[in-house]
Design a protein around this ligand. Structure first.
Ligand SMILES: Cc1cc2nc3c(=O)[nH]c(=O)nc-3n(C[C@H](O)[C@H](O)[C@H](O)COP(=O)(O)OP(=O)(O)OC[C@H]3O[C@@H](n4cnc5c(N)ncnc54)[C@H](O)[C@@H]3O)c2cc1C
Length: 505
């Protein structure tokens, strides 16, 4: 039985990224038949890469996506393809030794090469990447980044020419970085996967897996192996303590005059900013992003305003064409977790903790996980193994990340949030309100209708916060997100928020 779906028109928030509007694909939603070699859960860059490699290797693969292909962060990324990473090679060397840093650099490069090898008709362009320092402190960091990158053989040099209006003290250039259209790329992978005989089913949330005798079952699907390519694995798991969810912001602006830089440019501030140019439907746009913060911990409206103020300070902006945000996961020791899912049956794999580098790391994770399913050795298996022992010096960071979680578990329960009555809730807004002594996550739509939900996150019981920009309820503990009707947008939750019937008070 097949059913047709024709667009990639949605992502995990109310705002629109330019990617989701420019693509139309038609896919067959096949139904289950027999036992598959591998069930891939998640239709982002990780899932489609793993699924394609396995299907091309002769395995029978079923890819299942909770929403639509590209719905997750791959549909909200800013799509830089780099040979450096948020965890610098200096940081990787200090935590994992020179050999670890070398392997990390090789993995990033392999991810880049996988994309370069498959890309076609997806706006792929090689461009120089610049990183500049504005203060003496940043200059010191830049020097460290340079030295460690050279040690692991990455092509980088000092430069005093950066196509930026921002005054800087010192800068680096990576001559061969790249950019692309992430959903056009997904469509290339998806078509190749289907052409090789793979199966895809959308709008299907996997809530759990039952394993028995080497066979894994999810609903009506049976498979010999499972890959959680869900960006963060569902439900309560070890990664709730090993990775912290972050929101990141992007705006795409039209310039009045002046040249759009033909490069990928990053500053070294914390949180940082970046700019790059992309042509969307024939129109040149400057993408400006950054200002990342922990999910549910800061005001998204403030972040967008700050981003716009920043770009207007340096560029002559005529209009803001797009603004959107998305989520990524920061691993506690700096490297991603890719491999056998801890505390799960043998043959269940996962990949998470890519930081802001999931184009390369998601691609290489697809390769690593497909090798594991095929029973082949992979040189990155040990370094990225989720079972690895955490280096001691990451422990303080671990405590810091999780102190927040502990805070929300306790403080939320004691009602530290300001609450308000339903009456004062204006159309198009959401708020935690109190009705008859009960705390409610309430949203009033434009027509005046109220959506009242329990604010208790179904993942681990924290209280969700309203995200006024993406119109979602975001959990500050582990990053689960829900739409205004309470439906799960982003894991690790797999159950919707409970609807509450209420009368306006
Ligand atoms: C604003 C922003 C900018 C970024 N820019 C860059 C960049 O320039 N370069 C770079 O390398 N990286 C960047 N990143 C990071 C990168 O985009 C991500 O790491 C990457 O897209 C993750 O891909 P994924 O396939 O693992 O996850 P996703 O793209 O999130 O896909 C996971 C999919 O799994 C589905 N799913 C989840 N749970 C279930 C379930 N239980 N059942 C079924 N399906 C499920 C989801 O609906 C989703 O579609 C950026 C991140 C952000 C937030």
């Amino acid at each position: 039985m097949t059913s047709k779906s024709t667009t990639m028109g949605t992502r995990d928030g109310a705002l629109e990224s330019p990617w989701q509007n420019t693509l139309e694909v038609s896919i067959s939603n096949r139904q289950n038949a027999g036992v598959y070699d591998c069930l891939v859960v998640g239709g982002g860059i990780t899932g489609l890469t793993a699924a394609l490699l396995l299907q091309q290797a002769g395995k029978q693969v079923f890819l299942v996506e909770a929403h639509r292909i590209g719905f997750g962060t791959t549909g909200g990324t800013s799509a830089h393809i780099n040979t450096f990473a948020d965890t610098t090679y200096a940081e990787a060397e200090s935590a994992f030794g020179l050999e670890g840093a070398q392997l990390f650099a090789d993995a990033i490069r392999e991810g880049y090469d996988l994309i370069a090898g498959w890309q076609q008709d997806c706006d792929f362009e090689v461009k120089p990447g610049y990183l500049y320092a504005e203060t003496e402190k940043e200059v010191k960091q830049l020097d460290k980044i340079y030295e460690a990158a050279v040690k692991v053989g990455v092509n980088v040099a000092y430069t005093d020419q950066v196509p930026t209006p921002v005054p800087f003290k010192k800068a680096l250039v990576w001559p061969d970085q790249a950019q692309f259209h992430p959903l056009k790329y997904l469509s290339v992978l998806q078509k190749a996967f289907l052409a090789a005989g793979g199966s895809i089913r959308e709008n299907t949330l996997i809530t759990g897996i039952e394993s028995k005798g080497g066979l894994h079952t999810a609903g009506d699907i049976k498979a010999r192996a499972v890959i959680y390519a869900t960006h963060t694995p569902p439900n309560i798991n070890l990664f709730n303590f090993e990775c912290a969810p972050y929101r990141s912001y992007v705006i795409a602006v039209k310039l009045k005059g002046g040249k759009y830089p033909d490069a990928l440019i990053y500053d070294s501030q914390e949180p940082y900013h970046y700019v790059r140019t992309h042509v969307i439907e024939g129109e040149q746009l400057l993408l400006v992003g950054g200002l990342d913060h922990k999910t549910g911990h800061d005001d998204p409206e403030k972040a967008f305003k700050a981003l716009e103020k920043y770009v207007r300070e340096y560029y002559s902006v005529s209009s803001v064409k797009y603004k959107w945000s998305s989520q990524y996961y920061v691993p506690v020791d700096g490297l991603p977790y890719i491999g056998q899912m801890p505390m799960s049956a043998e043959g269940i794999y996962c990949a998470t903790g890519y930081n802001g580098n999931g184009m390369m790391l998601g691609s290489v994770a697809g390769k690593i996980l497909s090798d594991l399913v095929l029973g082949k050795a992979n040189k990155y298996e040990k370094l990225f193994s989720p079972a690895r022992v955490k280096p001691l010096d990451s422990f303080s960071e671990f405590v810091k990340e999780n102190a927040d979680v502990a805070y929300h578990f306790v403080a939320d329960r004691f009602g530290i949030y300001e609450t308000d009555s339903l009456k004062r809730l204006s159309p198009g807004t959401g708020k935690l309100v109190e009705v008859d002594g009960k705390k409610i996550a309430a949203y009033r739509d434009e027509s005046g209708e109220i959506y009242a939900l329990s604010p208790v996150c179904t993942h681990a019981g924290c209280i969700v916060n309203w995200n006024s920009e993406e119109r979602s309820w975001d959990c500050p503990c582990h990053g689960a997100r829900y739409d205004v009707a309470g439906k799960v947008l982003t894991g690790p939750a797999t159950k919707d928020l409970t609807a509450i019937s209420t009368h306006e008070s």
